[in-house]
Design a protein around this ligand. Structure first.
Ligand SMILES: Nc1ncnc2c1ncn2[C@@H]1O[C@H](COP(=O)(O)OP(=O)(O)O)[C@@H](O)[C@H]1O
Ligand SMILES: [Mg+2]
Length: 263
């Protein structure tokens, strides 16, 4: 039986040939090629560096970082405080731009996109999970999960999807509650449902268990693991908590802005 790489190579050759003789526009086929080419990384960093100037001194937050993350990877990035974890995550998510190097999301160069393009990308293709949950206090759980759909240009809500996601995180019966009525673990489950609502290629989580006790932290990690396998979403979790490393299948460490693969 042909291996996965061989099958993908055959598919690529087929689509390349198809492209040459096809009457359809090239972007349409680029789209289909990217769908079929499961080997191409979701995220690619090429020699990425980021510097900050503080009080006249230059701090290297990212030092010549190279990495590739694939669909369905559950990636952990560990490292001491000040090591560059948040800067790395912000660059992956288009919240921050590198000073040197290139960042690609699904083969598109995002490090040179303008603010409008980045906002659009973040709204539609990336889910964010934060240490302090960042839920809207005046909206119910249902409305918090619905919000990214309303903010995107489609302005179309999708009741079935919201219901399915609240069910997925075990909070259907709390749909009409407000965030203040929930525990920290429950709030983070809502944040995960909200991050999933656009069916993003990528979910980025900055210290997602940093504000939870260890029992609730474990539950959140289990849920994230389930998400990465069942949705084929690439999950990137940064933390200084070593407990988390047991959950990922790709591990990195970042220290003084230098990224090292650990497994
Ligand atoms: N906005 C900023 N201005 C100046 N220095 C910054 C800024 N953000 C981060 N840094 C510096 O960059 C380095 C990496 O920070 P950060 O990515 O927040 O690390 P971590 O998330 O691992 O704690 C640190 O030395 C930090 O002080
Ligand atoms: Mg940080």
């Amino acid at each position: 039986m042909a291996g996965k790489n061989e099958v993908n190579k055959e598919r690529r050759i087929f689509y390349r040939n198809f492209l040459c003789y096809s009457p359809f526009p090239i972007p349409t086929f680029r789209f289909y090629c990217s769908m079929m080419d499961t080997d191409s990384p979701v995220i690619k960093f090429n020699n990425v560096s980021k510097f900050y100037l503080t009080g006249g001194t230059r701090v290297t937050a990212l030092a010549n970082v190279n990495m590739q993350l694939h669909a369905g990877d559950f990636v952990t990035i560990m490292g001491p405080s000040g090591g560059g974890k948040t800067t790395l995550l912000n660059c992956i998510g288009g919240l921050d731009a590198p000073d040197e190097g290139d960042i690609f999301l699904n083969s598109r160069l995002i490090s040179k996109m303008n603010d409008r393009e980045l906002t659009e990308l973040r709204r539609k293709e990336i889910g964010f999970v934060f240490q302090f949950f960042n839920l809207m206090p005046t909206l119910t759980l249902w409305e918090n999960v619905e919000l990214p759909l309303l903010l995107s240009h489609s302005s179309k809500t999708d009741d079935k999807r919201i219901h399915t996601l609240l069910d997925y995180v075990g909070l259907t019966d709390r749909a009409r509650s407000f965030p203040a009525e929930l525990s920290g673990g429950e709030m983070q489950r809502v944040a995960i449902a909200r991050a999933l609502v656009h069916q993003p290629a990528l979910i980025l989580a900055d210290e997602p268990t940093g504000n939870l006790d260890s029992e609730n932290g474990t539950k959140i990690l289990e849920l994230m693991k389930k998400v990465s396998t069942e949705f084929q979403t690439t999950l990137v979790v940064v933390t200084h908590n070593p407990q988390i490393a047991g959950y990922g299948n790709v591990h990195f460490e970042i220290r003084d802005g230098k990224l090292t693969r650990k497994g």
